[in-house]
Each structure stands twice: as C-alpha cells, then as structure tokens.
Write a protein that binds this ligand. Structure first.
Ligand code: PLP
Length: 397
C-alpha cells in the first residue's frame, strides 16, 4: 500500500500549503529529483560524448544510464530505442516526420487529442496532401470504436492519445493495436498523460512510437522522450544535423552515428536526463500499479462528490475507463471564475480549453475546469475541494 504521508514528506512545495490539482499540466518534484540534479552539477558535470577526461566520461555514463532506466520503465527492448527530446510536443512533431508520409497516405487520429498530437498531422494534410481521418466520441464520451474501425481502413499511421487530458478517458490501446494490425498501420501513442500515471508497456501494447514528457512525471521540464522500435529508428533520417550525431564527416558527405545518437545533435539537456532518471526511479519504487490504484480511489471520491453537487463533468461515467483527472463546468459560471475562486482557497486547478479546442467544440462548451491528481494528493484535499465547490454553488445561488 502506498504511504501517502511518507511521500508527502518528499515534496518541499507542500510547505506552501497549496492543494495542487494541476498535475496534468505539470507535476511537482520530490527532493530526490532536486538532489540528483544538484549532486550532478556539484560532482560530475561536463559535456557528454566529447571528452576522454574523467568528468566527461562520468557524465556520459550517467546520461546513458538514464536511458536504461527509462527503457526499463516502459519495457523497451533497449536503451537505444530512447531518444531524448524537449517534450511530448517535440517528440510527436519528430515522429510525424519520421513516418515518411506522402500524398494520399492516410493518418487516423481522434477528436480528443491534445493539439500536440493533432497539429503535426494537420500540417502534413496541408503540406503534403495526406488524408487525415478523425475518430469521434460515442454517446458515453469515449472513443467510438466502430468509427475507429471504419476510418482506420488502410491507414498508414494511427496516432492516438493514451489518456485524454480533458476527458480522463483511457484509450483501449490493445484494441487499437488490433485495428492497426488489420490495416498494417504504424501505431503512434501520445503518452503524455498515461506514462506518469499508469503502467505503460510498449511491448505488451504493441506501440511503434511513444511520446511523453519528464515534467509531468516528477522530473525536470525541458526533457521529453521519443521511444521508437529499433527498426523504425534505424530507418528514419536524423532531423537535426551537427555535432554529436555523426560517426564521420568528409568534405562532401557524412556518416550517421549509431541510434539513438544520430537523433541527438548538439549538447542535450544532460542534467535533465539525470533528473528524469531520479523521477522514474522514484515512481518505480512506489510501483505504477499502486500509483494507478491510488489515483482511481481519489478520482472516485471526487467524481462522486461532483455528481452529488449536480456538477456536469466530461468523459466516461465508467470509472474503470478513467484516469486521475476530471474536467467539469458549473452551470452559468465561467471556468476561469471557478478556478479563480478555488485559487483563493489555495486550490490550484486549470481552466480554459486545455490545448484541445476541437474537443471542446465537439462537446459544445467553450472551456472547462480541470482537476488532476497525483501521488501526493490526499482524500482530505479532495474533500476540501468539494467543500469549496459547494460553497461557490451556494454563493451564486
Ligand atoms: C495528452 C497530451 N499530449 C501532449 C501534451 C504536450 O506536452 P508537453 O507540453 O510536455 O509537450 C500534453 C500536455 O498537457 C498532453 O496532456
């Protein structure tokens, strides 16, 4: 069982007395992550893969070790399948170029996507003339799998969010993999909201490409992960050229370095990798099954409370299909006003369109309030949040 009180001692930000329910935007950091970065700066800092001196070798080794830890976390075959980028957004943009689409090729995505898994494909539609199909929601505000099946016919690429950052809905990746298999499609998964909160096994799920961000999973911001099966990385062309990505350069040509280095031109965010490793180790020490279980427990209380207050929320009613976040609206109130009221009570939530404009349009709303949970949140905090909403409803009468 997860010991939340013990976990809370690791998070210095809690001294601010803020109830932090904006974890889907970015998570707070435990002292272990902060200390790992500080220790690296104080004792091992140098550029990687360049010098043969002790510090450079230590830093290079630590950087590679970080990839090994991340690879294990998502059950990749090898650390060579891990490319570090800046964030999920950058990973998805790169993936959209790696899959090498041409005019008439079909890409399937969904209406619930974050813009980061939508705009790179939309650009290819306008630039290259690919066909872009968008899967709709069903009456339960889940992905409509019949629509999926139909639209995925002969798709080259299926690119889907694993967990919606608005609906909290968890896509059935196994079922989507089956559809991909029937059509010989590549499966791209936006794991920005899933990897931090539920176990994600790229082999079990048959994922070809996975993107996620360190900053949403206790790690530093500015470093993200692009996982791809080794064969895909070997085939793909590097997107940035320069130092660090070559094995040799001649006056009129160059040879690429091994994977993953051919995708990491220039000095990377070395200390970010050190922090990400510490974050992954922290999550692993708790266990992702436990993280998921705990968040499900809390979200149940939160959603039951919203229902009791008669507040409209979005996404499936079936809690088995949801992760630890919920977006909602209070009748006649602007989402930002609700967030402002909660902020006065020292409760941090997100309000607005959450980088998912097409989804909000499809839901027929012009914004929502989102509360999103993580390992340091408590039942008491959820209760305080519900009490604050109750007070607000009374106030506006
Ligand atoms: C589902 C989803 N995809 C992509 C992103 C983009 O992540 P980042 O800003 O770290 O690139 C987010 C961020 O909120 C997200 O929730």
């Amino acid at each position: 069982m997860m010991d939340v009180e013990k976990i809370r001692k690791d998070f210095p930000f809690l001294k601010r007395g803020i109830i932090y329910f904006d974890n889907a935007a970015s998570s707070q950091k435990p002292i272990q992550v902060i200390d790992a970065i500080k220790e690296f700066y104080e004792n091992h800092y140098a550029n990687i893969h360049r010098g043969i001196h002790t510090l450079s070798e230590e830093a290079s080794e630590m950087y590679e070790e970080s990839k090994k830890v991340v690879a294990k976390f998502i059950n990749a075959n090898s650390w060579r399948e891990i490319v570090y980028t800046r964030n999920t957004t950058e990973s998805l943009n790169i993936i959209s170029q790696m899959v090498k689409l041409k005019k008439g090729d079909k890409v399937v995505t969904t209406i619930m996507e974050h813009h980061s898994n939508f705009l790179p494909w939309l650009r290819l539609k306008h630039q290259k003339g690919i066909k872009l199909e968008i899967v709709n929601l069903d009456e339960n505000q889940e992905l409509d799998m019949n629509d999926f099946e139909k639209k995925a016919k002969d798709a080259k690429v299926i690119s889907v969010g694993h967990m919606s950052n608005v609906l909290g809905y968890i896509s059935n990746i196994k079922e989507i993999r089956k559809i991909a298999d029937e059509n010989d499609s590549l499966l791209v998964v936006d794991g920005a909201q899933s990897v931090p909160h539920i176990p994600v096994d790229v082999k079990k799920l048959g994922i070809d490409f996975l993107a996620f961000s360190s900053h949403k999973m206790l790690g530093p911001s500015g470093i993200g992960v692009l996982y791809a099966k080794e064969e895909h990385l070997r085939e793909a062309e590097p997107f940035l050229l320069g130092g660090g990505m070559i094995s040799d350069v001649f006056i009129d040509s160059f040879e690429e370095a091994e994977i993953p280095w051919k995708f990491e031109a220039g000095t990377p965010f070395i200390e970010g990798a050190i922090g990400l490793r510490a974050a992954v180790e922290y999550l692993t020490s708790i266990g992702m099954d436990e993280v998921e279980k705990r968040e499900k427990e809390l979200i149940r209380i939160m959603i039951d409370g919203l229902e009791e207050l008669g507040i409209e929320y979005y996404g499936p009613k079936d809690l088995k299909k949801r992760g630890g976040l919920v977006s909602f609206n209070i009748k006649d109130l602007n989402a930002h006003d609700v967030a402002e009221f909660l902020n006065e009570k020292k409760i941090a939530v997100r309000s607005g369109l959450h980088c998912a404009h097409p989804l909000h349009r499809a839901l027929g709303i012009n914004g929502s309030v989102r509360a999103s949970l993580y390992i340091y949140n408590t039942k008491g905090e959820v209760q305080k949040f519900l009490e604050a909403l109750k007070e607000l409803i009374k106030l506006v009468g």
